[in-house]
Design a protein around this ligand. Structure first.
Ligand code: ADP
Length: 670
């Protein structure tokens, strides 16, 4: 076996490869860009080489730098991961020239599959079923249009050099063809510098089912079952599963054999994936072959009990495949959910930010988290916004799906918008449970996946209110222990003061909505509970804090939530969702009102009822200064200390906004 390998990648896949290398006793070399100096893959590797600037074209895509790093460190082989240089035949050649093993297929196989249309021609000759369409060299627009007219609409235009869904356009009628072609060509030219197109019959309700194949250099080849990757957004996978629901052993064998035929047609060696569209009637059509390890390979590992990176390393070293076709067994069911920094509500646009809080679910025999980031890391504009892959396994689909829902509900990320809630809604919706899969799944079940969550928001506001009250009480306990004057009312946490005793009023902003909150404290000491009124509904609440966990009892319903603070904004994670909240207004009853200012702000939107002293008056601490009304309750604003009321900013009868300064108060000099 190799003594040392270099991983020409970053993030989760680099970490994933390093784990297997370690298991096999192989030393590892990481490469990194300026942006990744402190990245997890660098920390995990035995050695690491800086290869350039943050943009990948200045580092991870620079063939000479990667080869030089391997030379310098004496790495005998390079694992390219996926993306970056993994399907770059020039890189494969450069490895050969440098006497370094490329852990992947031979250059000829990469080239054969590099163009979607050339790949289709090869597959046609090998009798692998193809989606009906045109994949010829002649790119005359009239010819392309005629091909579309002949096969009938809808059709799909695809960039032959395409990938990642770029340069792809559906065309629904002859009238739309020219415009669709122009748009697809523009996108392809921008993305790949090549605007050649192929035209395919657009299947309206297909599933994306792909076969994992593996071949060694001794003429052996096996398929390791299939993965269903039908759940896609923007033609890109979001949740994958294995085996594919409804694919029986007979269909599996037919697809597997077709895939192996495809691999053999190009003298394939190593891990590859043959992607098919599976039509409702059980017909399947070759789409493309990916000549590398796929992002979603873990679901295959979970159901076969194999380590595909280990297989890659063995095959690259010249060994035979670890198993024969008969020995490949599948057991149970696995899902993978891709956790992205992206905004599902905004067309899944990638977002960036710092992972200010990151708590993945606990790993076990059933739950695996493949990631390349730690709390505090950046998701930057430079690379793919994938944060992690969450993989679950269980004996059957239902059990595995329950695990997926639970693990997603435990995934806690702050600092940026993620798709975790979206994935949770998706994984727990009825059509997904019923495996009603096709590539239009997300669009078709949009309302179920993007439900508005009105209910959740009010419930979230109640939990948020409970959290703030408990946090404040905890902070005050610390404060009173530490303060000079343990008897000072400012350092007490047993009851609220200044205005209505035991009543706490503030305003919360949660998910962009404002909620006036009234908290009434009941009891003292360990028996403390609260009546919390939010959005007109009062509940009896109790709770305790342990680290970032909130244990809540709301009207007898107990649950655990997690709250993480970052820059004055809190993230509240419950089983169903992650919500952002903050406290909008200062709190009249707050312990920190001792600063004076906070006590002189309006606790929420309301009306000034009356001013109780003349401007310029000297007053004693706790003297009543003005009365305002909010939420049908009167609140008396009192002097936070001895001092002078210099001016009132509002007159009786005026409306004030929550948080507004009410008066100018100057505390007396000591
Ligand atoms: P890319 O390489 O850009 O990811 P693919 O050829 O792999 O593009 O196709 C991506 C997805 O687009 C497929 O998984 C499928 O959902 C959809 N798709 C591709 N070809 C067709 C087709 N002929 N009919 C319907 N959907 C298709």
């Amino acid at each position: 076996m190799f003594n040392k390998i270099l991983i020409a990648n970053r993030g989760e896949i680099a970490c994933r490869v390093i784990k297997t290398a370690r298991k096999l006793g192989i030393a590892t070399v990481a490469v990194y860009s300026d942006a990744d100096a402190n990245a997890l893959h660098v920390a995990m590797a035995d050695e690491a080489v800086h290869i350039g600037g943050a943009p990948s074209r200045e580092s991870y895509l620079v063939i000479e730098r990667v080869i030089e790093a391997a030379r310098k460190t004496g790495a005998e082989a390079i694992h390219p991961g996926y993306g970056f240089l993994s399907e770059n035949s020039e890189f494969c050649r450069a490895c050969d020239a440098a006497g370094i093993v490329f852990i992947g297929p031979p250059v000829g196989a990469i080239e054969a599959m590099g163009s979607k249309s050339a790949a289709k021609r090869i597959m046609e000759e090998a009798d692998v079923p193809l989606v009906p369409g045109y994949h010829g060299e002649d790119q005359d627009p009239a010819l392309l249009k005629k091909a579309a007219d002949d096969m009938g609409y809808p059709v799909l235009l695809k960039a032959t050099a395409g990938g990642g869904g770029k340069g792809m356009r559906q065309v629904w009628s002859a009238a739309e063809f020219d415009e669709g072609l122009a748009a697809a060509k523009r996108e392809a030219m921008n993305g790949f510098g090549d605007d050649r197109m192929l035209v395919e019959k657009y299947l309206t309700k297909p599933r994306h089912v792909e076969i994992q194949v593996f071949c060694d250099g001794h003429g052996n080849g096996v398929f390791l079952a299939e993965r269903d990757c039908s759940v896609q957004r923007r033609h890109q996978k979001v949740i994958e599963e294995a085996p594919a629901p409804g694919v029986d052993p007979a269909l599996r064998t037919r697809m597997g054999e077709a895939a192996l035929q495809a691999a053999k047609a190009i003298n394939y060696v190593g891990a590859g994936t043959v992607e098919f569209l599976l039509d409702e009637d059980g017909s399947f059509y070759f789409m493309e072959m990916n000549t590398r390890l796929q992002v979603e390979h873990p679901v295959t590992e979970m159901i076969t009990g194999q380590d595909l990176v280990e297989w890659q390393l063995r095959v690259a070293y010249g060994e035979t495949l670890p198993l024969t076709q008969e020995q490949v067994q599948i057991k149970g069911h696995a899902f993978e959910a891709r956790i992205y920094a992206e905004d599902p509500a905004n067309d899944f646009l990638p977002v960036t930010g710092t992972l200010s809080f990151l708590e993945p679910p606990e790993e076990s025999r059933h739950v695996r988290v493949d990631t390349g980031v730690l709390q505090g890391d950046e998701v930057s504009v430079f690379y793919d916004p994938m944060i992690a892959k969450l993989i679950v396994w269980d004996e059957d689909r239902d059990a595995a799906l329950r695990r997926l829902g639970k693990a997603l509900s435990e995934y806690r990320i702050s600092g940026m918008t993620t798709n975790v809630d979206f994935l949770y809604n998706l994984a727990t919706c009825e059509p997904f449970k019923a495996a009603e899969l096709d590539t239009g799944f997300i669009g078709k079940h949009h309302d179920k996946i993007f439900h508005d969550g009105e209910q959740d928001v009010a419930a979230g506001a109640t939990l948020a209110a409970l959290y703030l009250v408990l946090r404040r009480a905890a902070d005050a306990r610390h404060g009173s222990a530490a303060a000079h004057d343990p008897y000072s009312p400012w350092n007490q946490s047993n009851a609220w003061r200044l205005n209505e005793p035991h009543v706490h009023l503030f305003e919360l902003e949660l998910q962009g909505q404002h909620f006036p909150v009234v908290v009434e404290q009941l009891g003292q000491g360990s028996g403390i509970s609260y009546n919390i009124t939010v959005a007109g509904k009062t509940v009896r609440a109790q709770g305790k804090l342990a680290g970032s966990d909130l244990y809540a009892d709301i009207d007898g319903y107990r649950s655990r939530a997690t709250v993480a603070e970052h820059d004055g904004v809190y993230s509240l994670y419950t089983q169903e969702s992650a919500q952002q909240f903050s406290q909008v207004t200062a709190d009249l009853g707050a312990e920190d009102a001792g600063s004076g200012d906070a006590a002189l702000c309006a606790p929420m939107n309301g009306t000034i009822v009356t001013l109780l002293v003349e401007p310029g008056s000297e007053v004693k601490k706790d003297a009543a200064l003005l009365v305002m009304e909010a939420m049908k309750m009167e609140h008396t604003i009192r002097a936070p200390a001895d001092g002078t009321v210099k001016a009132f900013y509002y007159a009786a009868g005026e409306l004030v906004e929550g948080g507004a300064d009410l008066l100018d108060f100057e505390p007396a000099a000591d």
